[in-house]
Design a protein. Structure first.
Lengths: 252, 263
């Protein structure tokens, strides 16, 4: 049986990487996927490829009104909203000494404020639809620190914490809405592409990142998408406020 | 020991009340020269040298560090304590404006505090012993669990929890001799609870919140001040990148939560 039959899922960052891989699984499993992204060309192309079960909507995660438009378009097209994947995000390398206040704010706005606005914006439609599941993409760097990703660590720590806050609020209010965070290791997506060619010592950037993981390789977007699929489906009906780690053993 | 921190210079932000005031006072008793930095001039005269300061303003941080390096000539201890709760916003009621205001104080303020503390600690005056730097960031159990506070505050404390680790790792790799840790208090009887005290009365409110803590009571500010003092001193010399939880076992076990339906 299709695992997401009858479910409508909105995916921020749905045009590429983990968001796109999850959108493919959502459609494969009988659900509707709304690809919400700033990259209109890529988003429309993927929506066209996925067919009538998919839709592209433009989204700038830090602008609340674009979230509201995206939710309205979702309900208009598919009659409800049962899932949200907050996958939009940026990865920036900086340290406590070289990060400017403007950079700190930009990273936290997109990754943290963007996730908060996603959660806030979907709740009315999810309540109307009888409940749902929110999946926030944090990172292993929301669990552990890294000297070279100070602002990113802060933003993903914020996502980890706000996820629990949303989960507890929805539980107390009896909304039948769950909220969990996913913590990927280094996944072979456009986000880390700039790092793959930057040599560290006698290792290529790719080798250095691969060797961080006990499994000895980078993760694939589909592997995180499979975890997201589980969390978006009713198979995870007793999981809320939790941290789901998908990192090839990195934090073990 | 009364002189354990003799010769050390400390900055404590947010000292008009609570944990900051207690920390400043205990650091001073241990022999440190303390600069108390606060927006509120009412903080002047409690302990140490008062400097009016806005943690959310980078210009204010630059001025504070220039002043301390000119007058004291060194910096050893930075306690990033200033914070606001931002009111009782949930995921449904919090506005972008409220979110940004809370982040600017609770998250950006700590980021700037760490950044300028490192700069200051590296610029210890000539002819003086190198700084044994310690940065103490006051987070909250709200950075650990979902029911710890309003969502904007929770997110900011989650950010502080992780940025503290990044700072600790960076300073360790650079061999700066600077440690950085986060402190996660449970309920502490401070001014942050004033709105609640006004509603139900202080003693009544303290009893209700205290009952959520397995230890059966809220903390007094001095109890957190002692945690800060320990982290600031060389007694914690191998402690860096750590989350120091001081919460009366609030986050240790399974919590029975009050059932609350839609109202």
């Amino acid at each position: 049986m299709a695992r997401l039959e009858g479910k409508v899922v909105l995916l921020s960052g749905g045009a590429s990487g983990i968001g796109a891989a999850t959108a493919r699984l959502v459609v494969r499993e009988g659900g509707k996927a709304v690809l919400a992204d700033r990259d209109e060309a890529k988003g429309r192309a993927l929506a066209a490829e996925l067919g009538p079960a998919a839709l592209f909507v433009p989204l700038d995660v830090i602008r609340e009104e674009t979230w509201q438009t995206a939710v309205a378009a979702t309900v208009d097209a598919f009659g409800g909203l049962h899932g949200l994947l907050n996958a939009a995000g940026i990865g920036v390398r900086n340290t406590i000494e070289d990060c400017s206040l403007a950079d700190y704010r930009r990273v936290n706005d997109i990754n943290s404020l963007g996730s908060f606005l996603g959660c806030k914006s979907v709740l009315p439609a999810m309540k109307q639809s009888g409940g749902g599941s929110i999946v926030n993409i944090s990172s292993v760097l929301g669990l552990r620190g890294a000297s070279y990703a100070m602002a990113y660590c802060a933003s993903k720590g914020a996502v980890r914490a706000l996820t629990k806050n949303v989960a507890m609020h929805c539980a107390q209010m009896k909304y039948n809405i769950r909220c969990n965070s996913v913590h990927p290791g280094y996944i072979d997506t456009p986000m880390i592409a700039p790092r793959l060619d930057q040599n560290i010592g006698n290792l290529s950037g790719r080798q250095w990142l691969e060797e961080l993981h006990p499994l000895g390789r980078l993760g694939q977007a589909e592997e995180v998408a499979n975890m997201n699929l589980f969390l978006l489906s009713d198979e995870s009906s007793f999981a809320t406020g939790s941290e789901f780690v998908c990192d090839g053993g990195l934090t073990a | 020991m009364d002189d354990e921190l003799a010769g050390r210079v400390a900055i404590v932000t947010g000292v008009a009340s609570g944990i900051g005031a207690a920390s400043a006072s205990l650091l001073e008793q241990a022999g440190a020269h303390v600069i108390v930095a606060d927006l509120n001039a009412a903080a002047a005269g409690t302990a140490g040298r008062f400097v009016r300061h806005d943690v959310a303003s980078e210009d204010s941080w630059k001025a504070l560090l220039a002043d301390v390096l000119a007058r004291e000539g060194r910096l050893d201890i930075m306690v990033n304590n200033a914070g606001i709760s931002g009111g009782a916003g949930t995921v449904e009621t919090t506005t972008v404006e409220n979110w940004q205001r809370v982040q600017s104080v609770d998250s950006e303020g700590v980021f700037l505090g760490c950044k300028y503390a490192i700069e200051g600690m590296k610029k210890t005056g000539p002819g003086k012993a190198a700084s044994q730097g310690s940065i103490v960031n006051i987070a909250s159990v709200a950075g650990l669990i979902g029911t710890g506070g309003p969502i904007a505050y929770t997110a900011a404390k989650g950010a502080v929890r992780l940025l503290s680790k990044s700072v600790a790792l960076y300073c360790a790799e650079k061999k700066y001799g600077i440690r950085c840790n986060s402190v996660h208090p449970g309920g502490v009887d401070t001014a942050i609870f004033n709105p609640l005290w006004q509603m139900v009365g202080r003693e009544q409110g303290k009893a209700v919140i205290g009952a959520h803590h397995p230890i059966g009571r809220m903390a007094e500010s001095e109890e957190l001040g002692h945690v800060v003092l320990w982290l600031a001193s060389d007694r914690s010399s191998f402690v860096t990148g750590a989350e120091i939880v001081a919460d009366g076992a609030l986050t240790s076990g399974l919590m029975r939560r009050a059932l609350r339906g839609p109202s």
